[in-house]
Design a protein around this ligand. Structure first.
Ligand code: SAM
Length: 448
């Protein structure tokens, strides 16, 4: 894809061509590192704050926003984002945005609105927090009404506000030490010696690093000494508790963050079967296992909603039909990862949720068939909806009487911090745990 122009023009083009990753543009690739970072910040920031920006623009624009063309509206959002969030001198934010517009008439319009905003930043009246807290939250923190409504209902007003606010920041970048090849202290030393700012994370295998650098620049990347993974995802694997010698099925495994973690823990005496419905994504598991030098992962492609297909594919590949532990890290509505992927706010529909829950129920049903008696099942999602989490899990336990929830707390580190597993379930919440949002539930198969 060929595009001409500056960082802001490239940002505007990317915003106009939905769902095309910046890397797909030649002009993005040709920008220097600083401009590439600027484009990413402009595109992600504008996406994240879209509703807030639209509210702002509408207060200074005499036309209803529905009558403004998408390209012009994106330019108004882009300019307002720079004025309100980036600390760029206002005249530079306005001029550089206006220069991206070809039509003279549109240029005049965008210039007029942005100059008015630049003259009066902060002079917009927000809905009142006391009188209408949900409306305030939806605009001030830039979310669709349905997410705000759900968070208020599930977590109460104070927590909901804090969660909405926290999810407007990307989560901290964390590395998971590949314990089959290195140790945390050793990797920390290497990072410090190479001038990176890094500190121990929550888990005894995690390291928090300052963001803004490409992972491949970190020392030890190509040698496979670590993976980049959110600590919430590491905790899900900790809940499953892989041990040396275990034979584990990671049912929805791609791109393989949790698979490789498990493989590091089961050592050469155990192994992991990693399956996914998506062949291309499944190939990412193979790539990671090569980089991490893990020889105990077997990858396959299957649709795990079908018990019949699963048995046929596993059988034909010569993989076990019965496992010590099974992880169902299910496809979900993804509200827990809005911090990293703000487009989820606008792309996801509340009406998607029932179908997600149906698929999750089928996946859990398959998992139950391939677990040994005495084996452990973990169900996880990276979302925060009751239907996909507590409801799917409760329905599963109701339908599978041979499974008992395991409520024992999970140890996270040598400082004796633990994750409580009340009734066998836990939420990891961005504003409480500093991780992506996850739901995780665990049960033991007694019989059946
Ligand atoms: C949340 S992601 C898994 C993330 C992965 N466990 C990790 O930690 O890297 C869910 C995965 O489920 C896969 N999936 C969706 N439907 C599936 C199905 N019916 N059978 C198997 N995998 C499925 C998707 O392709 C996606 O890769």
């Amino acid at each position: 894809m060929r595009l001409a122009g500056s960082a802001r023009r490239v940002a505007l083009d990317i915003m106009g061509a939905r769902n095309v990753p910046p890397g797909a543009y030649d002009d993005f690739a040709q920008l220097d590192e600083r401009d590439r970072a600027l484009v990413k910040e402009l595109v992600t920031g504008t996406e994240r704050w879209k509703r807030f920006l639209d509210y702002y623009v509408s207060c200074f624009c005499h036309r209803p926003l529905e009558e403004v063309s998408p390209k012009v509206l994106n330019a108004l959002r882009l300019g307002t984002y720079q004025i309100m969030f980036m600390g760029i001198p206002h005249y530079a934010a306005v001029d550089s945005t206006v220069r991206c517009i070809k039509s003279r008439a549109h240029r005049g319009f965008v210039n007029g609105v942005l100059r008015a905003i630049a003259r009066h930043p902060g002079h917009v009246e927000m809905p009142s927090l006391d009188a209408c807290p949900k409306e305030y939250a939806a605009i001030r923190y830039s979310y669709p009404d349905w997410i705000v409504e759900r968070y208020f209902r599930a977590f109460g007003m104070q927590d909901a506000l804090s969660l909405l606010k926290t999810q407007n920041n990307p989560p901290p970048v964390t590395l998971r030490v590949n314990t089959s090849r290195s140790e945390r202290d050793c990797l920390l030393k290497m990072l410090h010696e190479s001038g990176f700012s890094a500190e121990p994370g929550i888990l005894d295998v995690s390291i928090k690093v300052a963001g803004g650098r490409s992972v491949s620049e970190f020392p030890g990347y190509s040698e496979g000494l670590f993976s980049v993974q959110n600590e919430g995802a590491m905790i899900v694997t900790r809940v499953l508790g892989p041990e040396p010698g275990d034979v584990i099925w990671d049912m929805c495994a791609a791109p393989g963050g949790k698979t490789t973690h498990m493989a590091e823990l089961v050592s050469e005496t155990g192994f992991v079967v990693a399956s996914d419905i998506n062949k291309q994504r499944a190939s990412m598991i193979t790539e990671s296992s090569k980089r991490l030098r893990l020889g105990n992962i077997n990858t396959t492609v299957l649709d795990a909603t079908s018990v019949h297909e699963t048995a046929a594919v596993l059988g034909a590949a010569g993989f076990p039909l019965s496992y010590d532990k099974v992880l169902v890290d299910a496809p979900c509505s993804g509200l827990g990862v809005i911090g990293k992927h703000p487009d989820i706010k606008w792309r996801r529909r509340e009406s998607d949720i029932p179908n997600m829950a149906k698929r999750q129920t089928l996946l859990l049903n398959t998992a139950a068939q391939f677990l040994k008696r005495g084996g452990r099942l973990v169900y996880s999602t990276c979302t925060l909806t009751h239907e996909e989490n507590q409801e799917v899990w409760r329905n599963f336990l109701d339908a599978h009487k041979g499974f008992a929830p395991v409520s024992e707390a999970v140890s996270l580190n040598e400082r004796t911090e633990t994750l409580d597993m009340k009734n066998g379930c836990a939420y990891l919440l961005p504003h409480v745990h500093g991780t992506d949002g996850f739901f995780v539930a665990r049960a033991l198969k007694r019989h059946g």
